[in-house]
Structure formats: structure tokens, C-alpha cells
Design a protein around this ligand. Structure first.
Ligand code: GLC
Length: 385
């Protein structure tokens, strides 16, 4: 008999594996210093110092409808916004903290506006929620692997009540699940060292999530991280192993299989330059060609691609990113049929490119020009048209 967790996962992820292509949005106070979303810990910034960005935050040009139109044009079918990143700042009106967008100059619930705008364009919606919180006083600080105050002696003897933090975290997740309508994806980030599984009270958390929004799909990072998939790749996954694996900044060479060789749902998340959050110095953008090939590669290995944009402090998606997405859109205009609903082919990867396949229809992505005819090995007698 098929494992219950796997069976439910297969049901829930049907739309996801059909849609194949999504947008990731990393946005928060860190757009102001413009050195990526890890700036607080990379530069060991205290809460007091970081607060100046909170005082300043006022994204006058935030127009999520424009973002949604861009995503749609690019052929993206779902989008995930950072409701809260590791710095603890909430882009929504959480009743459990003052550190939220509705208390900044802009006074807006950025998450609610995002959800409404994307739903209106027919794009499925998800929220990223950081398990780490570098502002909450009850999250481990001194001695933690990543906390901005990890080596600050002043924090050495400071006590913290982790259970209290967990209560806060679970409450905030419940708020998102109850006050913001139908959500398609919950994207938790991430586990490390002993900060994993039941340390997050993952069983309790997952039960709450499934009780409130049973259809919702969840990534695998209550157990895993970018590098580590967790038990989702076994034939006996835990309840909180997630509905899909989340390799980051790479495409797994053979896709992702479980221990019996069956494909599991996965999604590569990839940045357009080399940062998730806005970075004004990082101009090393990938070419549209490279990104389109990455999308085809993911699909040809039964995976999804979620492409990231990092809007600036005014709320604008960098123009370089806009251009790339528009060009992807042009390619998708002609070729989307070879992406949606497609997956790995029954035929081996050809030398000149990749195959994607839907039912008995094969799509040949010719990536290298050939001398003479394009060779289709092992197909004699199998092709009707
Ligand atoms: C990493 C980083 C984070 C980013 C995420 C995206 O786990 O901590 O900054 O949001 O990857 O997958």
C-alpha cells in the first residue's frame, strides 16, 4: 500500500507540477542598505542600528499589480513573497509585533496587496516565512551559527526563552493562514544544525497548517535546507517533510528521486543576479537565454523553476530583471506548450539539447545548431508524426 504522506503529497502537488514556473520575491527593509537580505548578520548589525531602516522604509512606488502583470507576461503561474525574512520584519499586519510594514511610514499591509494583485491576474500565491528571527529576543543569539550577535560578548549571559519564540512564530503563521484567504504555498526557510524538525515543534505546526488550509503545499525546510532534502526523499517521509524539495542556486543533475528511484516533486530556486534581496552593486545578471535553458532543464528533469526578483526600497523590480522576464515571456509566448504539464521524456537526453514530454507528445529543445539534420536516436518506428 502506498504511504499516506506520499499519497497526499502527490494529490496536493498536481497543479504545482503542472505549472512548472514561478516567481520568488525577496523584499524587506534590507532593500534600503541594498546589500542583500543577509546584511544584518553579515555586518553584525544590532536591532538598534537596524531600526533606522524601519524608520526610513517608505516604498512609494510599490505597485504589486505591475509585478503581477510582469510575472504573467513571463509565463509564471505562481509567486511567493517573503512575508517575513530572517531579520524578523513583517510585510504584513501581525498583531504579535510592532516590527511590521503597517507601522512604517508607508502604513501598508504589503502582503495583502500582493495577494490581491496576483490573484487578480490568476497567479497562484504563496508566502515565504523565515523560521529564523534575528530581531526577536527569544531567538538564540550568542553562539548561534548565523545570528548577528553570535559573537557579541554583551549577549553572552543574556537569557532567552525559546518556547516563547516558538509560540510567537506559530502565532504569526496562524495569522497568515487565517487572515489572508486561500494560500497555495507556504515556504518555510530553513533548518540548520539542531534547529530542525521538532525543535520548531514541526508536528504541531504542520497539523495547524493542514487543519486551516488542507490544500496548501509546503516546502521541505522544516526538516531541510538548500543542501539537505530531508526525509522527503525516503519511502517513509515524516508528516513535516514537505510537499516538494527546494534545491537552491543549482539544478540537480538527475532531477530528484526517492530511494526507490521515483521522481519526487522539486523546485529549484534561482536568482537573476547573485543575490536574493536587492543589491545595488550586483550587476552580474544571467542572460535570458541561460534562464530559459534552466527552465527547460528543470522541466526535462520533472522539476519546477522559481526565479527570484529583489525589488528596491522604492518597491520597483530592478529594470535589468524586468528585461530578462520580458524576454522569457516572448519565448514562452511561442513555447509554453513545451513547459506546462510537461516533464521528463521517455527518451534519453539528446546531444544537441533536451526533450520535454507531455503524454505522447515530445518537445525537442534544440540548443546547439547541428550540421545537417537533427538526429533523433532510437525513435525509428515510434514516431507517428
Ligand atoms: C537561503 C537564505 C535566504 C534565501 C533562501 C532562498 O536559505 O537564507 O536568504 O531566502 O535561501 O531559498
Amino acid at each position: 500500500m502506498e504511504n499516506k504522506v506520499i499519497k497526499e503529497r502527490t494529490e496536493r502537488t498536481k497543479w504545482f507540477l503542472n505549472d512548472r514556473f514561478g516567481m520568488f520575491i525577496h523584499w524587506g527593509l534590507y532593500a534600503i542598505p541594498a546589500r542583500g537580505e543577509w546584511v544584518k548578520t553579515n555586518e553584525r548589525i544590532t536591532n538598534e542600528e537596524y531600526n533606522k531602516y524601519f524608520e526610513e522604509f517608505d516604498p512609494q512606488e510599490y505597485d504589486p499589480k505591475e509585478w503581477a502583470r510582469l510575472a504573467k507576461k513571463a509565463g509564471m503561474k505562481y509567486a511567493v513573497l517573503t512575508a517575513k525574512h530572517h531579520d524578523g520584519f513583517c510585510l504584513y499586519d501581525s498583531q504579535y509585533t510592532d516590527f511590521k510594514s503597517t507601522n512604517t511610514k508607508c502604513k501598508r499591509d504589503l502582503v495583502r496587496e500582493f495577494l490581491e494583485a496576483f490573484r487578480e491576474e490568476g497567479i497562484k500565491v504563496g508566502l515565504y516565512f523565515s523560521l529564523l528571527d534575528w530581531t526577536h529576543e527569544d531567538f538564540p543569539h550568542y553562539g548561534d551559527k548565523f545570528h548577528p550577535m553570535r559573537a557579541n560578548e554583551a549577549f553572552k549571559d543574556k537569557k532567552h526563552d525559546f518556547d516563547n519564540y516558538l509560540k510567537y512564530m506559530h502565532n504569526q503563521i496562524r495569522e497568515l493562514l487565517t487572515n489572508y484567504g486561500h494560500l497555495d504555498i507556504m515556504w518555510f526557510d530553513f533548518s540548520y544544525e539542531d534547529m530542525v524538525c521538532e525543535k520548531w515543534k514541526a508536528s504541531e505546526l504542520i497539523k495547524m497548517v493542514r487543519d486551516i488550509q488542507p490544500h496548501i503545499i509546503i516546502d521541505n525546510r522544516l526538516e531541510g535546507s538548500a543542501e539537505n532534502s530531508g526525509s522527503i526523499r525516503t519511502s517513509n517521509p515524516t508528516e513535516y517533510s514537505g510537499d516538494f524539495a527546494s534545491p537552491e542556486q543549482m539544478i540537480p543533475p538527475k532531477g530528484l528521486l526517492d530511494e526507490n528511484g521515483n521522481s519526487i516533486p522539486w523546485e529549484s530556486c534561482i536568482t537573476l543576479n547573485n543575490h536574493w534581496g536587492y543589491n545595488s552593486f550586483d550587476r552580474s545578471y544571467k542572460s535570458p537565454k541561460m534562464v530559459i535553458r534552466a527552465l527547460v532543464e528543470c522541466v526535462s528533469k520533472n522539476g519546477n523553476l522559481m526565479l527570484n526578483v529583489g525589488p528596491d526600497s522604492k518597491g520597483r523590480i530592478p529594470k535589468e530583471s524586468v528585461k530578462i522576464l520580458e524576454q522569457i515571456g516572448e519565448w514562452m509566448y511561442d513555447n509554453k506548450e513545451s513547459i506546462y504539464g510537461c516533464g521528463i521524456s521517455q527518451f534519453d537526453k539528446p546531444e544537441w539539447g533536451r526533450f520535454t514530454q507531455k503524454g505522447n507528445k515530445l518537445y525537442a529543445h534544440v540548443m546547439e545548431e547541428q550540421i545537417g539534420a537533427v538526429c533523433l536516436p532510437n525513435m525509428a518506428g515510434k514516431v507517428e508524426k
